[in-house]
Design a protein around this ligand. Structure first.
Ligand SMILES: [Zn+2]
Length: 217
C-alpha cells in the first residue's frame, strides 16, 4: 500500500519510524537517529556470488548493522525496513549505476516458515527498494523445501541444504522472460541462497540478475 506524504506523517504518530540500529523512535523519513549516525560506517561493496552474479551491500555484518538485521528478523520490527531499504537503494545506485532493472524480487520463505513469522523480512526490504527506485515488486520464486534456518548451519551444510530448494513461481514464468531482475536478501553470507535463486531465475529466462543485501558477513 502506498500512502501520500501527509498521510504517512499522520500514520507515523501511530506507527512511528524507528532507527534501525538502536530501535528508538526517530523522525519520519530519517534513516538513522542522531545517536547512531556517528557510529555507523557505510562500507558499500560489490561482490561476485557463484562466480557469476554481482551483489552489492551497504554494510558489513557486525556491530550496529548486525543489530538492525536481528531486529528486522526476530523482533517483528517492520518499522525499520523503510530505512534499511533506503541504505540498500543507495548501494544499488552506487554499485549498479550502469544497469537498469525491470523488477525487484526477494528470497522467498517456505510456507511453513511464513506461518511462524509475521512477515518475510526480505520482502519488506524489497518493497522499500522498489518504492525508492519506482520499480514494480513481484514474488517470482517459491521455496519448495523447508530447511533449518541458515544461520544455524556451517558453510558446507548451507551449500548442501539450499541446493534445488527454489523454483520459479508458475504464475510468473511469462513475466520473467527477458527481464533484468534485482533480487533482495537481508544478509550475504556464503552467497549460496542468492546464487540458487539467480540460477532458477536465469533458467526461467531472465536476461540478467543482480543482488542486493543489507550486510555482507
Ligand atoms: Zn539509533
Amino acid at each position: 500500500m502506498k500512502f501520500s506524504k501527509p498521510l504517512s506523517y499522520l500514520l507515523s504518530f501511530f506507527y512511528p519510524s524507528r532507527c534501525p540500529f538502536c530501535g528508538n523512535v526517530s523522525q519520519p523519513f530519517v534513516t538513522c537517529c542522531d545517536n547512531c549516525r556517528p557510529k555507523i560506517k557505510i562500507q558499500t561493496g560489490k561482490y561476485f556470488i557463484g562466480n557469476r552474479w554481482l551483489c552489492t551491500s551497504p554494510f558489513r555484518y557486525s556491530g550496529l548493522p548486525k543489530q538492525a538485521v536481528l531486529k528486522l528478523k526476530f523482533n517483528s520490527c517492520g518499522q525499520i525496513s523503510w530505512a534499511m531499504g533506503k541504505y540498500m537503494t543507495d548501494a544499488i545506485k552506487e554499485s549498479f549505476s550502469d544497469y537498469s532493472f525491470d523488477v525487484v524480487t526477494f528470497v522467498p520463505m517456505h510456507r511453513k516458515r511464513k506461518r511462524k513469522s509475521l512477515y518475510n523480512h526480505s520482502k519488506l526490504l524489497a518493497s522499500s527498494i522498489a518504492k525508492n527506485l519506482s520499480l514494480p515488486m513481484k514474488n517470482l520464486l517459491i521455496k519448495t523445501e523447508y530447511n533449518k534456518p541458515q544461520h544455524k548451519l556451517n558453510r558446507d551444510e548451507r551449500i548442501k541444504t539450499i541446493k534445488n530448494t527454489f523454483r520459479a513461481d508458475s504464475k510468473s514464468l511469462d513475466f520473467i522472460k527477458g527481464k533484468t531482475i534485482l533480487l533482495c536478501d537481508d544478509v550475504l553470507t556464503t552467497g549460496s541462497t542468492l546464487s540458487e535463486c539467480c540460477k532458477v531465475l536465469e533458467k526461467a529466462g531472465a536476461k540478467d540478475v543482480f543482488c542486493v543485501a543489507f550486510a555482507k558477513a
